[in-house]
Design a protein around this ligand. Sequence first.
Ligand code: TYM
Length: 329
Amino acid sequence: MDTVVSGIRSTGNLHLGNYFGALKNFLKMQKENNCYFFIADYHALTTHPKPEDLHGNIKQVLAEYLACGIDPEVATVFIQSDVPEVSELYLLLNMNAYVGELERTTSFKEKIRKQPDNINAALLTYPVLMAADIIIHKANKVPVGKDQEQHLEMTRRFARRFNMMYEVNYFPEPNAYNFGQQLVKIPGLDGTGKMGKSEGNGVFLVDSPQEIKKKVMRAVTDTGPTAPGQEPSEPVMNLFTIMNVVSDQDTVKYFKDKYASCEIRYGDMKKQLAEDIIKFTNPIRLRINDILSDEKYLSKVVSEGAEKARASASKTLREVREIIGYRPF
Ligand code: TYM
């Protein structure tokens, strides 16, 4: 049985990238493994959300995840900030995390570019907090998308470093869920790059059918293939990548064949893609609204989840303190 940890920042609605990059694998694992799922609301603070928005954001993302099928009866579902033990482990791991390696992290360099007016210290140490989230439960599997690959690599490094420094074999080195295979990257509808929360290129699970249609019909394509067997351009390849996860394989093959024979009509392909996305998201969207209105249920889920997560986290922290050399008087 594996111990699995997965998380999401509470900074925006859940999109297809989150679902197919990480959540789908978590759902596959939740029954047979010891699974922890949490909302990363400390990580969300790096972008300075307003106090009046923070709670609502957390609640929304939690409801969206539950609506997708995370079962709090089998997985431990909790809010990161309800488990303060993680911040102590973060502090302890920071002692052995080096500024040079943190500055070289791709996500940090990207943040410097995107938010030059808010390069706070927590952005630099973001991967350390993420490592603490994972190893505090001694996880060995972490379902994540391609964009988190480097963070996971750093988690392994921090775990290994701790073990070596204290000459113990305490923390396992966690791997991505589909270790050895390519991690998933769901592209956006704007032709290039990954689907993101704030990039304006995403399809969200809460989007109405009309919104989905509008977004997909406006997706970037090109002027069409000019010779049989030609490789699709990046924007068209991206539409095929999304189609591959939401449509059935016959549909994908139909449009691939049309593309190969230069008979493709992007309008038809987009119409089909929009329909298939709607078929996938519609039942989830309806469940989100039901769950959001059930305050009692949400409160029960997070309080039970916090209790279970804290039991596991505080056990690790007790042992870590002992290994480091903190002793009771
Ligand atoms: P976040 O909130 O950006 O995304 C949550 C999960 O969704 C995946 N993902 C994608 N996968 C494929 N294609 C995409 N376009 C795409 N966009 C997002 C992410 O890879 C991620 O698995 N740092 C994390 C949150 C976190 C965490 C953790 C995750 C904090 N601590 C511990 C796992 C374990 C983040 O910002 O993910």
